[in-house]
Design a protein around this ligand. Structure first.
Ligand SMILES: *[C@@H]1O[C@H](CO)[C@@H](O)[C@H](O)[C@H]1NC(C)=O
Ligand SMILES: *[C@@H]1O[C@H](CO)[C@@H](O)[C@H](O)[C@H]1NC(C)=O
Ligand SMILES: *[C@@H]1O[C@H](CO)[C@@H](O)[C@H](O)[C@H]1NC(C)=O
Ligand SMILES: *[C@@H]1O[C@H](CO)[C@@H](O)[C@H](O)[C@H]1NC(C)=O
Ligand SMILES: *[C@@H]1O[C@H](CO)[C@@H](O)[C@H](O)[C@H]1NC(C)=O
Ligand SMILES: *[C@@H]1O[C@H](CO)[C@@H](O)[C@H](O)[C@H]1NC(C)=O
Ligand SMILES: *[C@@H]1O[C@H](CO)[C@@H](O)[C@H](O)[C@H]1NC(C)=O
Ligand SMILES: *[C@@H]1O[C@H](CO)[C@@H](O)[C@H](O)[C@H]1NC(C)=O
Ligand SMILES: *[C@@H]1O[C@H](CO)[C@@H](O)[C@H](O)[C@H]1NC(C)=O
Ligand SMILES: *[C@@H]1O[C@H](CO)[C@@H](O)[C@H](O)[C@H]1NC(C)=O
Ligand SMILES: [Cu+2]
Length: 347
């Protein structure tokens, strides 16, 4: 086994060329900072433009990787860009949850989603977010009245359809879509939802404040991973409750953009010190595996990637499968308004 210093040096040498390439890639795609707004603050035209572009991803041929073992993989057949996003999250599921890279990885995932909407589907806006805390206050006890679920200008409603199985979404632009990627079943399936007001309430202001009050990343990320993260997943229910298959619901991306905004607010509260505060474990704890319903991965995770041990550092590799976007490091995404993420949140 090579001594640690040799391993670190080797990683440094290997990292240099693709890091440079990634930085060119992202600077070309960051001509203006994306101003990310709450869904509720968008005009009807902006809303329909986003939905149009999202549906376009679902109809666009996969990009950058036509390798047959990637296209025909163990979770189904990749038929469009939407499936590529879905696949990446499923196959990376054991690495990116309940670990230190949880917040940075999902930050990058949302950014790649925003970027491909823009570059592949001519989307003219920025990535919207779901103001979950606001919804718990404005629609207490009747979350379905939020404009985000509107059948005409939003994401459609609760799962009420029965013709293709129970809890299929039957209203709005994503009614009747067929999803192709699943960690359970290779058969195409419908988008399901089963709203839960009590789960959504986990995004309430006191729960978010509790996370905001932590003084270091190690404490803060695991708090954000708790109630605030669970809120959008459980509140939406259905497919969103699945730890790895959940990005099949377009709401996933608005939920994670919101969580990312809360993380950025936390970073700004001690800026710029929190641009370099990273930590957390690279291998999930046993109890986390149980909670998440995930399976253990091998010791290879300890070399995954750029980190010599079980603690996540700024050097950690963020990976989108199928060459959807270049590898970057956690350090590259720490500054929300830097070249890679290229965003700010309006709140
Ligand atoms: C994959 O893409 C490459 C480059 O565009 C092309 O040359 C090749 O024929 C494609 N292979 C398949 C199986 O479509
Ligand atoms: C994006 O716009 C370009 C230029 O107008 C056009 O050629 C292309 O077909 C559009 N792409 C999509 C997916 O609409
Ligand atoms: C969904 O499909 C059903 C049955 O095929 C059809 O009756 C319904 O109108 C469709 N709904 C939408 C919103 O397209
Ligand atoms: C896969 O899903 C289909 C459609 O929902 C269902 O009929 C079938 O029983 C499922 N198969 C397994 C093995 O779960
Ligand atoms: C949403 O659908 C789920 C599953 O069918 C159901 O249990 C729940 O009561 C519904 N909620 C509302 C507000 O309609
Ligand atoms: C938020 O939810 C928690 C339970 O998760 C509860 O203890 C707390 O009282 C709630 N806060 C508000 C402001 O509703
Ligand atoms: C984070 O802060 C807690 C106190 O809340 C402390 O116990 C812990 O050692 C700190 N972790 C790091 C990595 O600094
Ligand atoms: C990594 O860290 C987690 C959380 O602290 C711990 O439960 C797990 O045992 C560690 N795994 C290894 C292989 O060190
Ligand atoms: C991206 O990272 C993955 C995981 O470490 C690695 O297998 C892959 O070769 C990397 N891609 C590039 C282009 O460096
Ligand atoms: C990013 O935003 C912060 C806070 O508004 C600001 O201080 C910083 O200069 C910005 N960084 C860049 C690269 O524009
Ligand atoms: Cu996830």
């Amino acid at each position: 086994m090579a001594p640690l210093s040799a391993k670190v040096a080797l990683l440094g040498l290997l990292a240099a060329p693709h890091v440079a390439a990634a930085s060119d890639y992202w600077s070309e795609r960051c001509t203006t900072i994306n101003q990310r707004k709450s869904w509720a603050a968008l005009t009807d035209d902006e809303k329909s433009e986003y939905i149009r572009a999202e549906k376009c991803l679902m109809e666009s041929d996969p990009i950058n990787d036509n390798d047959s073992s990637y296209i025909n993989n163990e979770y189904g057949k990749i038929q469009n860009i939407w499936d590529q996003f879905h696949y990446t999250h499923i196959v990376e599921g054991n690495y990116i949850h309940y670990t230190g890279q949880f917040l940075p990885w999902h930050r990058y995932y949302v950014r790649v989603h925003e970027m491909l909407l823009q570059t592949q589907c001519n989307y003219t806006g920025a990535h919207p977010y779901w103001d979950e805390t606001g919804d718990t206050e404005s629609y207490q006890g009747h979350m379905g009245d939020s404009p985000i679920w509107d059948a005409t200008t939003g994401f459609g409603g609760n799962g009420t359809g029965t013709d293709r199985g129970s809890d299929c979404v039957a209203t709005g632009p994503f009614a009747n879509i067929s999803l192709h990627m699943s960690s359970h079943n290779k058969t195409d399936y419908c988008l399901t939802r089963a709203w839960s007001q009590s789960d959504l309430n986990g995004a309430n202001s006191s729960n978010v404040q509790e996370c905001f009050d932590y003084a270091n990343y190690t404490d803060a990320w695991s708090c954000y991973n708790g109630h605030p993260h669970a809120a959008g997943h459980g509140g939406t229910g259905g497919l969103m409750l699945d730890p790895v298959d959940s990005p099949g619901d377009p709401m996933f991306f608005l939920h994670h953009a919101w969580l990312d905004m809360e993380y950025w607010k936390w970073q700004l509260a001690d800026y710029p010190a929190r641009l370099t505060d990273m930590g957390g474990n690279n291998v999930m704890a046993e109890e986390s595996l149980e909670i998440a319903g995930l399976s253990q991965v091998g010791d290879d995770v300890l070399d995954y990637d750029g980190d010599p041990g079980n603690t996540t550092t700024l050097n950690h590799n963020l990976y989108m499968r199928g060459n959807m976007a270049p590898n970057v490091t956690v350090g590259d995404v720490m500054e929300l308004n830097g070249t890679v993420i290229c965003a700010e949140y309006i709140y």
